[in-house]
Design a protein around this ligand. Sequence first.
Ligand SMILES: *Cc1c(COP(=O)(O)O)cnc(C)c1O
Length: 469
Amino acid sequence: MPTEDQSALFRAFAHANAYLEGLDAAPVAATATLEDLRRSLGRPLPVRGTPAAQVIDELVADTAGGHHGSQGGRFFGWVIGGGLPAALGADWLTAVWDQNACLYASGPAAAVAEEVAGAWLKTLFDLPAEASFAFVTGCQMAHLTGLAAARHGLLRDRGWDVERKGLAGAPSIRVLTNPDRHGSVDVALRLLGIGVDALELLPLDAERRVTPQGLAAALGGQAERPTIVVLQAGELNLAAFDPFRELVPIAREAGAWTHVDGAFGLWAKTAPALRSLADGVELADSWTTDGHKYLNVPYDSGLAFVRDADAHRAAMTLATSYLPAGGGTARDPLDWNPELSRRARGFAVYAALRELGREGLADLVGRTCRHARALAEGIAALPGAELVSTSPLNQGLVRFPSARPGATPADDDQRTDAVIAAVNASGEAFFGGVTWRGRRAMRISVSNWRTSQADVARAIAAVRAALAT
Ligand SMILES: *Cc1c(COP(=O)(O)O)cnc(C)c1O
């Protein structure tokens, strides 16, 4: 007989199974409106408590229709990913164990799971063995971590202790970047006090890749200035990769620090057939990626890696008398993380990597890329659709020009948004929209381990049906 507390867990387990088993039949897009959700969840603040199992049952009932089916195989919006069974199970246990993974002393197994998974990831990505790492909440916090290490390293080399003195009076840092960088880089720069005015945009080639000539010219003549170069492994629309093998040595020669946003693109390194896309990425100084996207670990899971472990540690560590130093060789996450108290995020990553193995991971990444291409080409072949781009990775763009004689680009944009809305309303698949080079497009992103050929066919059929309306 479960005690009352346990019965809440049993209820959660039953609801979870029903949810996962129902994914294929349920609408992919959330169906509840904002008003619906405010009405169902917006109970008065309770004075008296409610039995735990009832809280769980009512949470499920009150949020019904308020979840996107992103755990399923026909969700292609943003870059979201699902949850591998072992990662999901490990994530539940992480909550059950409820460790504070800030220190080895406060979460011994949690600290070691991160140590092991971090080393596995460095091997998978070909990163230097001496690189340090941090398990954070997402790529934005990974940028904060990697760029804080960059800030420390560049200013240390100029005799300035930024952790002690702050940035006022420090040599000013400039940040040369691929103009298509993700906005999360800007937020990290804001939080670090570097500011977005420090950004200088680098010239791109026709494939939206930073050019060696452009980088060399931008670096030239300012070697004394602390400089960060932000490059990209996998941009959201074309999945463009900067030519790292050419660019990073140019940056290093000029004394600059190269930081790479690899939120999903870094995973190309794990698939033999795709790894050349990110050729030379391992030459950089810091790298970021997500576990919650391509690795299919439940939210939230981000990862930062830094070549200069001393700079990373100096930027993040907290030494106080009430915190015991790690037992000899133990790894204390607080030396590497922006958070102090924190969830034991390593367990889910560890479990995902074990469930897949190298082969399973390569297969997952390769499969999603094939599905993305099949979706883009299959949709583009429909009457009323047009291919904008495919990519060698998991992203694609299509659009739906207006059939009206004399239609303007604005009409095409409107039609594109209308078709996306109709597909999403059908409940059969979910796609996002994007303004790309001034025109609306439907973005296709495949990063869920569940997506199958049948899902691809069903999603194309849903677009066909939406086009017929
Ligand atoms: C998703 C994404 C980010 C931000 O990652 P979060 O995990 O949401 O913080 C940064 N860069 C790229 C390329 C992304 O796709």
